[in-house]
Ligand binder design. Sequence first.
Ligand code: C5P
Length: 230
Amino acid sequence: ALPRDLEGLRVAISAGGTREPLDPVRYLGNRSSGKQGYALARVAAQRGAEVTLVAGHTAELPAPAGATLARVSTAEELRTAMRSAAAEADVVVMAAAVADFRPASRAEHKIKKSDDAPDPVLTLDRNPDILAELVRERRDGQTVVGFAAETGDEHGSVLEHAHAKLRRKGADLLVVNAVGDGKAFGTEDNSGWLLTADGGEEAIPLGAKARLAATLWDAVTALRARRSRL
Ligand code: C5P
């Protein structure tokens, strides 16, 4: 049996991808399955937490037992739902794949092709960074966790990018997944690193998403225990 070490803790978790509408039938979306966020919710509820799961678009997944589930579609809806859940939470985890951009306008009617008019050009607006906003609005003693899917490039390694992102966003913990080559998105397993705001870094070996969830909840409880002793 799992420890009931999250008893009394209220957690708000986001999962899945957002869809940003172009017209009544089309959207910009991503391949997030929501499996990691659902695993976080399931494991937290099993360990006694009071869980609100804000889910965007996901693969077909069973609702995590014991969690309150709110379904959303766009980044804006996810933002509203997470802000209200976070207002009552001790721990906030942003595991959703939020679209960074949305179409600048949403056509009222289906966009049609025409031989007489030029093909449409898509203009995008930036979505708000929900994680950064939740950090700015954080309640006293609230722990905020982010996720990052990174690939290395000529400007630095996966971990360099991730430490910089954690600093930029101001979260307490950041789970970093190396992506590309079929890793992480939609799969059953996950691996990566767990970074802390003080520069700490722990490797997370490849394993089931429930295993990564357990590692994250262990880190959250350790961090909160350390803080409460200060
Ligand atoms: O900047 P990047 O998208 O890599 O950051 C990933 C983290 O930020 C994830 O925790 C994700 O849920 C969150 N995010 C967000 N709002 C956005 C984009 C990402 O909260 N618009």
